[in-house]
Every structure is written in structure tokens, then in C-alpha cells.
Design a protein around this ligand. Structure first.
Ligand code: SF4
Length: 571
């Protein structure tokens, strides 16, 4: 008890020290790197705190699986878990996955800029399905249209006709911060002394409380509860003399993840936070018959392909790019911060046909599978991906191990967000609506199932059961990244630590929980090397990534303590 009191005193003291009452604290776990660029562990005062005022007593073990490979989970183990079933994904959400927040798109100098933006957003739909919006400008007027739903549901020909102009930005969203409502759909526009500015933002800010309070004291009236509006209000309230100086100053004041595109009536701006958490690329469509080129920006390069735009380069971490009638100019608002790009973009979020952080996702993902086979090979007859995101890693695993690959699970791509449930509760109904086993392939086989993550574990267990029920003799689960032990604050929807199975159970316990014959995760070193293998010496390096959800070692100074504390007790 004395330990609890001590810990809580510490929490209260630290909370009082922050301007924000929402438990955002300075990160005592701030990582640094040694000379060879590798992260080293930190004694974390924050992570060592045992409780928070808001936590409930759940009685779960804190042990984080240090090993990454266990085998021979028995049927008896499996049976012992039957009473802890949590059917938490029967609501129609697509599997037990982390969710990316947003995709952004911008077009400068095209007679139908809104339509090109629409196509780009269409390709970025996997980055957010909750709402979408496009703002366009013709040099005089700015129009914007936002709606709830998929890009194709919101933007018809008639709607796009209401968005004239040669400049446009667009956004597709799955919310993390702010209410899940049209109010927070983007682009967000603010009229200020600097003229109208519209913003579309991918990522999450982490020092929001301080900036917002200061702005409100200065008279800012926020239209939304989205953190993205803080950036635009900072710009509107900046005392710098030129707009580009205002933007650079404002971006220098916020911490967290932001890949943003902004527009005024006649200019486009694109910027990435100094860590470069989220991707943002620049492309170009060559002008016809001597006409000036069109410039495009997108979260992922897959958005360029539909537009026949050529990938030019990434917007660099800490860089602000401006496109106007004078051409493309660039400046840096921060060059002092180490790159910490989200490694999970390569594991799961980004499409394999995209090049992000200057590297093809397909290349990284296949190498993850190869490395996984090298690290945790097992005798088996068939490699089966959990579709769709496990496919590329499974191809790599099969190629490296020499074990045949096949689609032993078929995904129904037409399952919507909700569907009519059977009147009687049917076990694992939700997952069976989305995946179906191919009995003729699985029967009598020793199967290696490849997936990209285990978040709560409940979906993995259903899939393992399904494969076994289809006749598989053995089911060995292989995960193409390390155990997810800590939540993300940088634009990814993650459960709290208490809900992450790997934060509360060892790998052996997870193996028993999911009822697999063996379970192995890719090592952290294996992952970061898979994402950089073959890169030139001065290119992307293993130390260029944020890996906080696998290590709890956060690159920013601010973290939400209530989300990362171990589960201990309520006081
Ligand atoms: Fe990506 Fe994980 Fe870092 Fe979030 S915490 S930015 S998901 S690597």
C-alpha cells in the first residue's frame, strides 16, 4: 500500500505540473540513441509508476513476454481458456487490428484539382473510412465539402462540380482525437488576418493542452475538438510578417505526429513533423504541350498511380514545402530532432504498392516474412496468410522456408461495418462472416499461419480455431512484428495497455490463449533490419524508426500516462 501511495503522490505531483488535466505528462522515458544509432533502454520514471488515479483493479499480470517464440501449446491449455472468451469484435469492425487515422492529399495547378484529389483519396481509403473532405480554390474563392462515410459515397460528379479550381486538398479520416463526427471532418478552414487557411492533417499532436490554453487566452475560438485546428489557430495568431514564417513558427511549437497539407486561395503547403512519424510524398504530373507541371502530395505513393503522377521525393522530417506560381520552395523549421518514422506503417498500415519513407512497403514486408522464417522456422506442410495484410509476409516466409504457400483462408471483401447477427448467439460468427477456411487445402496439414499483429488476441484465437476445425493437424502462428505492448500517441488508434494482450501475458500464455501449437513473433532487430535491408549507407537505417508500441520507449517528450501505466489498482 505504501508503494501505491508513493506512486500516486508522484502522479498527482506530475499532473499538477502540467497545464493539461488529461494526464499528459513529460516522458521520463524519452529515448536517446547511442553512437551506432541503436536505441538503448531507459530507466523510465513514468513507465515505472505503478498506477494512475483512473485505473481499475483488473488483477492482470504485468509481465511482458520477453521471449518471442514458444511451442507445443496443448489442447489442454486451449481448453482451459474457454471460459475467458471475450467476443469483442462481433460489432462488425474488421478484425482486431490497430487502425490508421488519416490520409491526406493535395493538388496544385490542375484544371480539375478536386477530381484528382478525389482519386487520390480513393486510393488512400484504407487510411480512414469514417469521413472525408475536399477543399478547392480558384485563386479567389475557397469551397469545401465534407461528409461522413467512404470517399465514393460522399463525392459524386455533382458534388465534385461544386469544387472548382486549380488547387485542392483532401482528407480521409478515422478519428482518434476529437469526437467522431462531421464537426471534426477535414479539411478544417479558418479565416484569419492572414486570409483563409485550410488544413488536412495525418497524425496526433501530443502537447495539445498547453498550446490550446494559450491560444484561448489570446482569443482563439475553436470550431472543432480536433487537434489539427491547434496548428491552424497557431498560424492565425502568429505575429510573424509573412504567412510562410507564421507556418514555420507554428509548426515549431507543436510536438507529436503531423503530416499536413494546407492551402490558401493560391498556394499549397506540405509539412512533416521533425520525427517524420507519418509518411508524406511529393509527385509531379508533367504538363502537356509546354503547360506548367502539376504538383501532388499524398500520404502514400499509391495515390499517385491513378493520377499518372511520378513520385518525386518525400517531404523530409521537419521540412515545409510551399508551391505557388513562383514554383516549389522549401525550408526547414526543425533540423535538430532524430527521425522516428512509424515502423508499423511498413508492418501493416501502408499498402504494399506504396513507397513510404523512401522504401517500398512490399520489399519490407516480404523481408519480414523471410526473417521470421529464419528466426522461428517450424516443420510444416503449408504457409497460409491471414488475409489481406499477412499475405506479403507469408510469401516471404514461404520463399525462405521452402514450404508451399496457399490461400487457406478466403476473405469476404464485401462485409460492411455492420451486418445482421443471427438471433441465437453463434460462436465466432463475426470472424466467420469475414474469413472462411479452404477445407480442401487445410485438411490433415501442419499449417503455419502468418499474421501481422495480435492486439487483444480474441480474433487470433478464432482464426486458429477455424483453421483447426477445417481439419488442420497443427496450427503454428507466426507474427511479422514484435509483441505490441504499449499504445501509440502518434495517430494510430490503439487500445490502452491494459487491453493489449502482450502487455499482460507472456508469449507462452498468449500461445495458450490463442490455442496455437506454437507462437513466435519477429524480433525487434529483425523488424527494423527487414525495413532497411539493402538500403544505401546514407538511407533509411534501423534506428530511423519509432518502435514505441513494441518497446514503450517513446520518441517525444509528452505521453499520456493513463494509457501506458501498468495495470495495478484503484485507490
Ligand atoms: Fe507507429 Fe507504434 Fe510508433 Fe505509433 S507507437 S508511431 S504505431 S511505431
Amino acid at each position: 500500500m505504501s508503494e501505491l501511495l508513493l506512486r500516486n503522490e508522484l502522479v498527482v505531483e506530475q499532473e499538477a505540473a502540467t497545464a493539461d488535466s488529461s494526464a499528459w505528462l513529460k516522458n521520463g522515458n524519452k529515448r536517446s540513441r547511442n553512437d551506432n544509432g541503436k536505441c538503448r533502454s531507459f530507466d523510465s520514471s513514468v513507465a515505472a509508476l505503478g498506477t494512475s488515479l483512473r485505473m481499475t483493479l483488473l488483477g492482470l499480470d504485468e509481465g511482458v513476454g520477453s521471449g518471442s517464440h514458444v511451442g507445443a501449446s496443448s489442447g489442454a491449455d486451449a481448453g482451459s481458456n474457454a471460459d475467458v472468451e471475450v467476443d469483442d469484435e462481433e460489432d462488425g469492425t474488421p478484425f482486431d487490428k490497430l487502425r490508421e487515422e488519416c490520409g491526406v492529399m493535395a493538388v496544385y495547378n490542375h484544371s480539375d484539382a478536386a477530381r484528382l484529389t478525389y482519386w487520390g483519396l480513393y486510393a488512400l481509403q484504407h487510411r480512414g473510412q469514417e469521413s472525408a473532405g475536399i477543399a478547392s480554390a480558384d485563386g479567389q474563392q475557397v469551397n469545401d465539402i465534407k461528409g461522413m462515410g467512404l470517399v465514393s459515397e460522399i463525392f459524386t460528379d455533382e458534388v465534385l462540380a461544386k469544387l472548382p479550381g486549380h488547387i485542392a486538398i483532401g482528407h480521409t479520416r478515422y478519428s482518434t482525437t476529437g469526437d467522431s463526427a462531421l464537426l471534426n471532418a477535414q479539411p478544417i478552414s479558418v479565416e484569419s488576418t492572414k486570409g483563409l487557411i485550410a488544413i488536412a492533417h495525418n497524425g496526433n499532436l501530443v502537447n495539445l493542452g498547453n498550446s490550446k490554453e494559450r491560444l484561448e487566452r489570446d482569443g482563439a475560438v475553436f470550431q472543432t475538438t480536433s487537434d489539427s485546428e491547434v496548428i491552424i489557430q497557431l498560424i492565425a495568431h502568429s505575429k510573424q510578417s509573412t504567412l510562410v514564417d507564421c507556418i514555420a513558427e507554428s509548426l515549431g511549437q507543436v510536438e507529436g505526429a503531423f503530416s499536413i497539407v494546407m492551402m490558401t486561395r493560391n498556394r499549397i503547403f506540405a509539412a512533416r513533423d521533425p520525427h517524420g512519424f507519418r509518411p508524406l510524398s511529393m509527385g509531379r504530373i508533367a504538363g502537356v504541350d509546354g503547360a506548367p507541371d502539376t504538383f501532388v502530395f499524398a500520404s502514400e505513393t499509391c495515390a499517385f498511380d491513378l493520377l499518372h503522377a511520378k513520385y518525386e521525393r518525400d517531404v523530409k522530417p521537419g521540412e515545409l514545402v510551399m508551391v505557388s506560381e513562383d514554383g516549389v520552395t522549401s525550408r526547414y523549421f526543425n533540423t535538430r530532432t532524430e527521425q522516428a518514422s512509424c515502423v508499423f506503417e511498413h508492418v501493416y498500415f501502408a499498402r504494399p504498392d506504396s513507397k513510404i519513407f523512401g522504401r517500398w512497403v512490399q520489399q519490407s514486408r516480404e523481408e519480414m516474412g523471410r526473417q521470421l522464417a529464419r528466426e522461428s522456422g517450424v516443420a510444416a506442410d503449408l504457409v497460409v496468410p491471414v488475409p489481406d495484410s499477412g499475405v506479403t509476409a507469408a510469401l516471404g516466409y514461404a520463399a525462405e522456408s521452402g514450404i508451399p504457400f496457399n490461400f487457406g483462408l478466403i476473405r469476404n471483401h464485401y462485409v460492411g461495418r455492420t451486418f445482421i447477427q443471427p438471433e441465437q448467439r453463434v460462436r465466432d460468427f463475426g470472424v466467420r462472416m469475414k474469413l472462411n477456411p479452404v477445407r480442401s487445402l487445410l485438411e490433415g496439414k501442419r499449417v503455419i499461419l502468418i499474421d501481422d499483429s495480435i492486439i487483444r488476441g480474441t480474433t487470433s484465437r478464432k482464426i486458429v480455431r477455424m483453421v483447426r476445425a477445417a481439419g488442420a493437424k497443427e496450427v503454428h502462428l507466426r507474427i511479422s512484428c514484435p509483441p505490441t505492448i504499449s499504445p501509440c500517441f502518434y495517430g494510430v488508434d490503439t487500445p490502452s495497455k491494459k487491453d493489449l494482450i502482450a502487455a499482460n501475458k507472456s508469449v507462452a500464455e498468449i500461445c495458450a490463449f490463442v490455442e496455437a501449437d506454437s507462437l513466435a513473433y519477429l524480433s525487434l532487430v529483425g523488424l527494423t533490419h527487414a525495413c532497411t535491408k539493402g538500403e544505401p549507407v546514407d538511407g533509411l537505417a534501423p534506428g530511423s524508426f519509432c518502435t514505441a508500441c513494441y518497446t514503450g520507449d517513446y520518441p517525444t517528450q509528452w505521453v499520456d500516462v493513463s494509457e501506458i501505466l501498468p495495470v495495478v489498482a484503484t485507490v
